[in-house]
Design a protein around this ligand. Structure first.
Ligand code: AMP
Length: 426
């Protein structure tokens, strides 16, 4: 089989690493990829959002399956275009990808499918948005409706701050994405990410993971794309996963199919595990990054038949996936200054040495090769140092041993990834 993976981050490195292990794969390409992906796949110099060039490439190389990593090309219609020319694609069409592209779309889907989620209102004028605050108690959850690179959610503690924030958001703080606001009740509990494979009609549970969104140790400071993750999750055991499949994933898939927007690909449910069970915070139309890195490390099954079965509506024919029972953790190494301004082009040494450590894999996110073959940082989140172990503490020590092997003075990481799991298991 000839496969093209679209994207160039840590998530796509982990996908390529896992896909490469499949005996079914004859040729693996990745567009645009990164320096780490170059060890697994042939890199193609086409941007993940350059849909016409991707289509031409797929036709020219007679690709059998396209696996789309990030959400932007899905929202822009890459899935639609590929399906229209008969190519198998892992990832939803643009209509179903609205689960990620529009917060209001997902909240309205929750209403129609009776999915447990926070009470909400949708507003396009500041006065009615402010009036809705009377119905809630602080803190208030304000969300820009559209895609805002993971930054469009603000949680003010007081009414005054919330009103000021409504004015800022509606007057363009997040551009067009914030012109419509979703305001939600604040949910209490612990967050988890859950993933299910979907083929338009059926869904198969994968596993849950927990990530660390904040930049600093102790889960403090601004939100980021994710500074680390671990799995399994003590908070989301079998009964929570079962309840999530029954109350959240299956109703969403069925409603989308009934309404002519069949969802195919991976459905990522951001959950709040509350005292009354799981509630949906958001859906995403793709694997989590960095959750995908630990999922690929824990996945025992060959992933390729599952990706193809999702694309070809044959998931019902597949046995459940099998997973390592061991713990996996990933620590994100980022460029100093991230999530604010940071330098690109700084040299990173000893990644190969770290990668050789027992049960460690270093996935690359923003990296590239310099003129002499040296490894250079090329983004905010740069490396995902991923390790497994029989216990959380074993996996975590391995990951930090690898982090300490890497010589990159211009980078940093959190030192407490997995603290919650350690606390629960000790
Ligand atoms: P979202 O982009 O919708 O996932 O929101 C980003 C983050 O904001 C989530 O991961 C939560 O930490 C927080 N959040 C979003 N909605 C709520 C809510 N209704 N109650 C509490 N926290 C929330």
């Amino acid at each position: 089989m000839k496969i093209l993976v679209v994207g160039g981050g840590g998530r796509e490195h982990a996908l390529c690493w896992k896909i490469r292990k499949s005996p079914l794969v004859k040729q693996l390409y990745c567009a645009p990829g990164n320096a780490g992906i170059a060890q697994e796949a042939e890199l193609v110099d086409i941007g993940a959002e350059d849909i016409p060039a991707l289509i031409d490439f797929v036709i020219e190389k007679a690709i059998n399956l396209v696996v789309v990593g990030p959400e932007a090309p899905l929202v822009a219609g890459l899935g639609d275009r590929l399906r229209a020319i008969g190519i198998s694609v892992f990832g939803p069409n643009s209509d179903a990808a609205q689960v990620e592209a529009s917060k209001a779309f997902t909240k309205e889907l929750c209403d129609r499918a009776n999915i447990p989620t926070a009470r909400y209102g949708k507003f396009s004028d500041p006065d009615s948005a402010k009036a809705f605050l009377d119905e809630l108690s602080p803190p208030y959850v304000l969300k820009a409706d559209g895609l805002a690179a993971g930054k469009g959610v603000v949680i003010p503690e007081t009414r005054d701050e919330a009103e000021a924030e409504i004015d800022d958001m509606m007057s363009g703080k997040f551009g067009e994405a914030g012109k419509t606001l979703v305001i939600e009740e604040f949910l209490k509990g612990e967050e988890a990410s859950f993933f299910a494979l979907c083929d338009g009609k059926n869904a198969m549970p994968m596993i849950a993971a927990q990530d660390h969104k904040r930049i600093f140790d102790g889960d403090k400071g601004p939100n980021t794309g994710g500074m680390g993750a671990y799995s399994p999750t003590p908070i989301a055991g079998y009964s929570i996963i079962r309840q999530t499949m029954i109350e959240i994933i299956m109703p969403a898939i069925k409603t989308l199919a009934d309404e002519g927007m069949p969802y195919s690909g991976v459905l990522f449910a951001g959950l709040m595990i509350s005292e009354d069970g799981p509630k949906l915070i958001e859906f995403n139309a793709r694997f989590g990054d960095p959750e995908c890195q630990i999922m690929m490390m824990r996945l025992l099954s060959d992933i390729v038949p599952y990706l193809k079965a999702c694309a070809d509506s044959e998931l019902a024919l597949m046995p459940p996936m099998s997973w390592h029972g061991s713990a996996a953790v990933t620590v994100v190494m980022a460029a100093n200054g991230y999530p604010g301004n940071y330098d690109k082009g700084t040299e990173i040494r000893n990644v190969e040495k770290a990668d050789e450590l027992d049960r460690v894999t270093v996935f690359h996110a923003g990296t590239k090769r310099g003129p002499d073959g040296q490894l250079l940082a090329n983004g905010g989140r740069v490396l995902n140092v991923t390790a497994s172990g029989n216990t959380y503490s074993e996996a975590i020590s391995r990951a930090y041993e690898a982090v300490d092997t890497i010589d990159w003075p211009e980078g940093f990481c959190r030192r407490d990834i997995g603290w919650r799991a350690l606390k629960t298991s000790s």
